[in-house]
Structures are given as C-alpha cells and as structure tokens.
Design a protein around this ligand. Structure first.
Ligand SMILES: *Cc1c(COP(=O)(O)O)cnc(C)c1O
Length: 950
C-alpha cells in the first residue's frame, strides 16, 4: 500500500539521499555509526519510545478539532485576572499567525530586530502611561509571578538600616487574587521571607515591613483608596507594589499618581484570548531610580554608528547571562509575542478607543448592579470598575443561581463565603446582559421582563476616583485606527526583522527549529481560545485530555514518572524543579541541604534560579576539554557532602558535548545524598536516543519553545514543564483554585500557558516515536556536517570523546581576532549583510560563536550558510593580510544599512557591491537593514524606554 504523506518528512529538512551525502562528508556510512560515536553507549535507550502512532497532518487536524470541541464554551463572568476580549482580526492575522513575528528570536541582535523592538517599546509606553510610572519592562511571565518579582525587587531595595535590623517581612493585602497569593507564598517561603496577609486598612506597621502588595481594583473587584495607606507605608520605609488592571486604569486614577512604587499585572484583556490560562503578557512598571533593580528586559532608544535613532535591549548587565547568581531575577524568555499583540491592540484603539472600551465595561457593570439590586440581590462592592460581588437573598442558594446560569452557558465566580462574582468584559453585549439578568431574575422569582434594548450609559465611580490625566498622546497611538493603516504599520515593522521566514537561525542552545503551520493552526479554534482557566472541570474535557496525554508523553520521552506543565519558561521550570527538590529534602528532614553544584559552563539562569529557590550555588570547574572537571566535582561533593542538595547539569553540555562521565556524576551526587537536576535545554540531542531518567537524573525541565516546536515569539511565550522521578511526584506544583493543594504554586494558572501546549502535543502526535528519533539523529548529523565544513577555517572548540560534536558546535573566533582584530561580534554583524541571524554570541565561551542548525534545515540551506561563514572567513583573512585596514573593512563596518549603501557618497576602501552583495545569492534575496551597528553604551547611559510625552 502507498503510505499517506508523513509529517516527519516535512519537519526534517534532510532528504534521505542528502543524508548519505552528509554522512560521506564526515567519513561515515550510516547514521548508527554516527550516533554510536556521539552518544555514550551506557546511556542509550534500549527500546523505542512508547508513544501513539504518528498521525498525518490531515489526520491530526481532524483529531484536534474533535478534542477542541470537547471544551464547552461558556460566557465567562469569572474574572479573577482573565477576561474575554476581542482580538482584532487584523492583529490576529498579521501578528499571531505571521511567522515573521512568531518565529523570530529575542532581539539581542538589535539591527535585525527593529520591528519587534519598536512594538515592545510601544508596549512599555502603554504600561508606563496607563500606570503613570516612568519605567516599564517589555513583559514578564504572568501577573502572579510578577507579584513575586515585585516582592523580590523591594526586598533587594531595602536600606542598609533595614538589612542590619533584619527587616524580612512582606505585607500582602488579603483581598489579592488567590493565585497571586499562592505564588507569593511559594516564592517567599523558599527565599526565607516572611509573609503577613492582612487588611491594609488596619495594618499598623508596628512590625516593620520592607514592602507591601495590594491590588487595585482589589481581588473582590472593589476600588479602594490607597492614598493614606501608601503614605503610612512610605513613612514606615515600606515600599508599595500594586497589582492592577490596564483596562481599569483607562478611567481610574493611576497608581503612579497615588504614590505606588511598582505597578504590575496582566495585559491579557488587551486582545489576548484566555487560552485556559495563558499565554499572555504580564507588565511591570516602576520609578526611574529603581531601573537597575528592574526584573525582565527593557527596550531602550539608542543610536547607530551614524548617530541615527535605533532601538535595542537596555541595561543587559542586570540580566542573569552576565550577573548569574547576582542577577535581579532569573527571567530569560518572557512573553514578547503577546506583549507585541497587546501593544498593537493599544495602537489600534488609541487613547480614546481604550477609554471607550473601559467606560462601556464600567457602564454595563453599573447597569447590572442596579438591576440586580432591584431584584433583591445585594451588591457588596461600593465602588467597582467591572466586577460585582453579589450576596444572595434569603432562600436562594448558590446552586440555584448556578443551575440557572449554567443552563444558559454562563459561568460566574463562586466565592467560598457564599457570594457570587460577576466580571464584565469587552465582549459583554446587550444580548449577553439580557441572558445574565434573566437568569438572576428567574432565580429570584422576579417577573420583570428584560427586553433587548441599548444599554444606558452609567457610572458608579466617584469623581475623586476618576483619572484626570491623559495618556498615549504619541502619534503612534493616534495614527493607525483603520485596518489599512494598522496592517501597513505592522508590515512596516515586520520588514525590519529577520525570522525563520528568511533564513536559518543557528542559535546554539536555542533550537530554532520549524514551527509547523499544522501545529499552530488549531490555536485558532474557539474551543481552545475562549476557555477561562477556572472554568468548571466538566466543561474542559478537551483541555484535560490533551494536557493529560501530553504530560504522559513528555514523561515517556524524559524517562520520568510525571510532568507539571505549570512553569511558563525554562528558567521558571528550573525554579519549579529546584523547589520540588527542596520540598522533598525537607520532607525527609534534610532541609539543611542548601548547596547546589553548578558547572562553570552553565547557562546564567541556573545560578539565578538556584538563588531564587533559596539555595547556595557553588561552581564546579571545567577541564581543558570543556567537560566537567571530575576531580573538582569530587572535591566539591566531599567538601559539601553534609549540605549538598542538588547538582544542576545541562546534557549534552552547553558545549554541545555528550560527556561520557555523566552516569558517574549522577552516582557521586546520589551517593552524597543530593538530587540531580538536568537542564533540558539541549533535549533536541536526546529525544528518542537517551533521556534524563535513563541517565540517572531525578528531575529535568524542558523548553517546549526550543525542542518541542513552540515558536520563540521574539522572546516568548515559553513553556518550561518539569518531569520528575517517582519520589518527587508528591511535591509537584499545586494550585489554589483548581488543584487539591496550593503548595509550590509557581504560576497563576494551573497548566501555565495551556493554550500553546497544543503545539507540542501536535508535534509529538504527528512525529511519533520514530519521527522524533529521526529528528534527533538529523540534528546531530547536521551539526557534525557543519563542523566538518568549518573546521579548517575557524576550528571547532570542543569535541566529544570520539571526535564528534552533539547537536551544536562552538566555532573558534579568538585566533582570528589575534591575527586580524576582527571579533566574534563583527562576524555576527557581518552575517546580517548576508541575510543571516548570528549564531549564539560568546556563550558559553567568550570569543566564540555557537551554531545549532537543528534538523529542520535542508542540505541546501546548510551549504549556503557554510559558504557565507567561509566567505566571511576570507574577508577576515583579507584584513589580516593588510588588504583592508583594521578601521575600514566590511566586518567592523557591518551591517551596512540601505541608507548608507544608496547614499551619494561612499568613502569606504571597498566597493558598495562588496558591502551589500558579497555572494551572488545575496543579491537575489537581499535583506536590507536600515540601521547601522547600534551603540549599546550610549543607550544605557541615556536610558529612554518610553515614547511618553512629557
Ligand atoms: C534557554 C536556556 C535556558 C532558559 O530558558 P528560558 O525558557 O529562556 O527561560 C536555560 N538553560 C539553557 C541551557 C538554555 O539554553
């Protein structure tokens, strides 16, 4: 029988015939030979993975449509941080469904990222102006973790006196969303910070607090006046961070105007579907003076080599890549794509449009409140934006209301204390109000008829609560209010960026592989989009089925017993995995074990996460071959034997090498009573061939946005699930609303960014066990092929015991610098002239580039990339021979922007054609940048991170 087209043949870039050619190029005759030489035999899987049979793309489309249909879409009035919203179709189609936006990388290479940098700068502007705080970052993971970041930041900002006096207590107002409270409790517990939950009205400050967290409007929906509280807090040297709602701030007095030091929250209702909890972008804003303590990435305005304005990521020296255990936070991947979408939502509506949406929401809430009072219900919020808290009259039970609303496919919030909550959102219309009121009327036995008529304009807010200040006056927010204008603005930005839609992005450790359209299309199904994370379980059978199966498949792939999908990034997974270990040790009476050994080559998030989890990181040296120095490891294990909690190891190593001593490392740690944490960022070299469970680890995180096909989104969303061995299962993250325990809650939603987990589900269901294994083999083959082709020009820094690299390779650039003065940064920037994104720069080894081709690139593309790298090598040699000076050559002047190449004067020592069209293929598909090399230092000295109009 002729087989149906298999997805793996679309995903894997190397055709069968090309595989043979590539094997020959590296002097091998079979794939098995290559894998035998690459992966130590004692960790190889004996059996194929046990996964469901691979589906074709069409079979999967049918299957997933069915699964989505098992989710019942109810109109949600649950609120609690998630609101239905209208995603403007022009944004959905041109951003969310557009590979240029969703496959691009975090904008470290500023010159090819000006589009997404501008969108993120717009996001910061929206946040800054709505909160009235001057400095905003370009997103955090979610509102609940943003609360924890705020607490940590306030803790770090304690005065010398406070540190000396041991001020270690955080105040949290009791009317804060339960998931925010749960994440705060988790994070503060492991950080050794005490949390006092109380009533902000009566708290005395007799006990000193370093910080306070309140919510505005509060967790019940009431709009409190915190002016007095903030004054009292500041007098007591306590900083104030407020969880808030951007939509409400369009009409309420913003926190910056009543004295808050930090404002944070979720921007989900700015056009992002609820997706059963995520992804959406959290925001975070603070005062200028705290800029060096700010978590997350900040986009700033700088200038290029010719003094023209250009954007780039500011103050990167705060980040974990550089600061490691001293970083302000472990945040790496955040929520860039969703922040971008929310920024376009604000651009599309503009200040007047946003105000109208907010006024309309408030007006409907006021109307519903009045009508319900008329039926005999009591509305407990004396002042509200969108949320009502209703106490039921005598004789009416919660179940009565529930029956009558669920019959109409309506979900309300049900308080444990017996009240019901109603949160109005942008999608609430006359018909929905009618249905809602009819359900309440029926329950109350009211005979009032509700007619479908236009809703009256109303407000229940006091004059003193209303926002008087304007916002978003910049032309960007006042020019693109028609679809044509917005579409063109989006396209204008898009054209400035390199993504996978242009060329291979060979970023080592980041695994920029194919994000297949058939994996992404189902995200458009309403059955996945319009589901509130706290919807009753019986309405979400589709999500439950998909999540359960995905958890099981990931556990099978990693060789572990169970999975938690809760963490929203790799770094968040590291944190979750480490506190799982901490809980386990504590339960065995071994809570004193606080030392985490981390190899020197580790990613910066590892030490930063260890500190966040309350551990003390200790570095283990590397040997001359880049491997863990076994001698040093033994010494450190002995030295810290009594207090050893864990060992964090990336495998294959961040050098891309399958270290042969890995089992011995695990044995040493276990024998000393420690746990082995495997950083799974490099799982693309393991899937189907080996796994952390088989190797002997106890827990790992996966980056679904690397190995498992979720697109990188220009810096998020990410999904960083953890998989654990049997003994750690009882300590996996809980959730206060939808799970049986709230212990170790690490995200606001029980399944984190549940929406995009569908992409990974699709990837595994369509690849099947055989396809996944072939993908890993192809990834290893491609890396070894590229290593072969570049070894003579640049040199390969590290190789495994039998001469092979893993799925990535580190290119030596230091010797070239010695003879020519050309740096790895110059090479990275010169690649832009050829239309390529740079490989990973100076990580994990300074003066090098790390290349990870992944399995998705074709031999033709690999050869093109190799020819470019070798041509650049030629250019470097020209400089070393003195053909061009150190000051004027194509490398140090790269990239060459269009305005420079087309200018009437040209006074470089080389011709324009050498600058812009260095190889014939470039001219055919030229990617033009329009900024020259960006000056990072200038922008850091003069931080401008907002288009705010002073
Ligand atoms: C990407 C990466 C991380 C961090 O993952 P995020 O999702 O960006 O938080 C951690 N470790 C390694 C080795 C990585 O490559």
């Amino acid at each position: 029988m002729i087989k149906m087209e298999q997805f793996k043949n679309r995903h894997i870039g190397i055709a069968e015939a090309d595989k043979q050619k590539m094997l020959e190029a590296i002097d091998l005759s079979s794939m098995d030979e290559l894998i035998d030489q690459t992966i130590p035999s004692d960790i190889r899987l004996k059996e194929p993975l046990s996964l469901p049979k691979a589906l074709s793309e069409q079979e999967y489309a049918e299957e997933i449509a069915h699964i989505a249909s098992l989710n019942d879409i109810y109109t949600s009035y649950i609120g609690m941080g998630w609101y239905d919203t209208v995603t403007p179709a022009v944004i959905y189609r041109n951003v969310f469904e557009n590979p240029v936006w969703y496959t691009s990388y975090t904008p470290y290479q500023a010159e090819i990222s000006q589009g997404r940098l501008e969108a993120l700068l717009n996001f910061q502007t929206v946040v800054s102006e709505l909160t009235a705080l001057p400095l905003a970052n370009s997103s955090l993971l979610d509102e609940a973790t943003a609360a924890a970041e705020a607490a940590t930041m306030m803790y770090g900002l304690r005065s010398r006196e406070q540190v000396k006096n041991g001020v270690e207590t955080l105040f949290v107002d009791e009317n804060t969303f339960p998931q925010t409270l749960a994440v705060l409790k988790t994070r503060m517990y492991y950080a050794g910070i005490e949390v006092v939950v109380g009533d902000y009205k009566t708290v005395t400050f007799d006990k000193p607090f370093f910080g306070a967290i309140i919510q505005y409007p509060n967790g019940n929906g009431n709009v409190e006046d915190y002016t007095d509280f903030t004054e009292r807090a500041h007098k007591a040297e306590c900083k104030v961070a407020v969880a808030t709602d951007l939509m409400a701030l369009a009409i309420l007095t913003p926190p910056g105007e009543w004295g808050a030091d930090i404002a944070f929250g979720s921007s989900q209702r700015f056009g992002i579907p609820m997706f059963y909890g995520g992804p959406s972008a959290a925001f975070f804003a603070t005062r200028d003076e705290y800029k060096r303590s700010m978590p997350g990435r900040i986009i700033g305005i700088s200038k290029d080599a010719y003094g023209r304005e250009a954007l780039r990521m500011a103050l990167q020296t705060r980040e974990q890549h550089i600061k490691r255990e001293k970083a302000t936070s472990n945040i790496c991947t955040a929520q860039a794509l969703l922040a971008t979408m929310s920024s376009f939502y604000a651009v599309y509506h503009g200040p007047e449009g946003l105000r109208n949406i907010a006024r309309r929401i408030h007006s409907i809430a006021t109307h519903v409140s009045e009508e319900l009072k008329g039926m005999g219900y009591k509305q407990l919020n004396n002042s509200y934006f969108d949320t009502l808290k209703i106490s039921l009259p005598e004789g009416i039970s919660m179940q009565d209301i529930r029956d009558n609303t669920e019959m109409r496919h309506i979900n309300l919030r049900y308080f444990e204390s017996g009240e019901v909550g109603i949160s109005i959102d942008e999608t609430t219309n006359v018909y929905r109000v009618h249905e809602l009121l009819a359900a309440f009327a029926m329950t109350a036995g009211s005979s009032k008829e509700y007619l479908l008529e236009e809703l009256p304009v109303k407000s229940g807010l006091k004059e003193s609560q209303l926002r008087k200040s304007g916002f978003l006056a910049h032309p960007t927010f006042n020019s693109y209010h028609t679809e044509t204008e917005l579409m063109r603005y989006i396209k204008r930005l898009e054209r400035k960026d390199i993504s996978l839609a242009h060329s291979m992005i060979s970023l080592g450790s980041c695994t920029m592989k194919l994000n297949a359209a058939s994996e992404l299309l189902p995200l458009g199904l309403a059955g996945f989009q319009r589901i509130h994370p706290f919807a009753p379980l019986e309405q979400v059978s589709g999500y439950t089925q998909m999540i359960t199966e995905l958890e099981e498949m990931l556990a099978e792939i990693t060789g572990f017993a169970a999975t938690s999908l809760q963490p929203n990034s790799g770094a968040a997974g590291e944190y979750a995995g480490l506190i799982t270990i901490a809980s386990y040790l504590e339960s065995n009476g071994e809570g004193h074990r606080k030392v985490v050994l981390i190899p020197a080559s580790a990613h910066g998030t590892n030490p930063a996460s260890a500190v966040q989890a309350g551990f003390k990181p200790v570095t283990v040296a590397s040997d001359a071959n880049g491997n863990v120095d076994m001698g040093d490891l033994r010494v450190k294990v002995e030295q810290y034997r009594e207090n050893l909690a864990a060992y964090m190891i990336t495998y294959p190593s961040t050098h891309g090498i399958f270290e042969t001593e890995i089992r011995e490392m695990c044995r040493l740690i276990h024998e000393a009573g420690g746990q082995v944490y495997m950083d799974g960022a490099n799982m693309n070299a393991q899937v189907g061939l080996t796994n952390p469970g088989t190797i002997g680890a106890d827990v790992c995180h996966l980056n679904l946005h690397k190995t498992f096909a979720i697109p990188h989104g220009g810096g998020g969303p990410g999904v960083g699930p953890i998989c654990v061995a049997e003994h750690l299962v009882p300590f996996l993250p809980g959730h206060p609303v939808t799970m049986s325990t709230d212990k170790n809650t690490v995200s606001g939603a029980a399944y984190g960014s549940a929406g995009v987990t569908e992409i990974t589900y699709a990837y595994i269901r369509m690849m099947g066990a055989e396809g996944l294994k072939e993908a890993t083999e192809a990834a290893i083959l491609s890396a070894n092929y590229v290593a072969e082709k570049l070894k003579d020009s640049y040199g390969i820094v590290y190789r495994g015991a039998r001469g092979r690299v893993g799925h990535e390779l580190i290119l030596e650039c230091r010797s070239l610098k010695e003879v020519s003065g050309i740096t790895e940064t110059d090479i990275a920037k010169r690649l832009i002239d050829y239309g390529y994104h740079a490989p990973t720069l100076s990580f994990p080894v300074h003066g090098t580039l790390m290349i990870e081709p992944t399995e998705s690139e074709s031999l033709a593309e690999l050869d093109r990339f190799v020819s470019v790298m070798n041509q650049i090598h030629e250019e470097i040699i020209e400089v070393s021979r003195g053909e061009y000076t150190a000051e004027d050559n194509v490398l140090v002047n790269a990239p060459h922007p269009q305005y420079e190449v087309t200018a009437d004067d040209w006074d470089h020592a080389y011709p324009r054609s050498k600058a812009a069209y260095p190889l014939p293929f470039v001219a055919e598909n030229k990617f033009w940048v329009n900024v020259a090399r960006v000056d990072n230092a200038y922008g850091d000295r003069n931080l401008v991170s907002c288009l705010c109009q002073q």
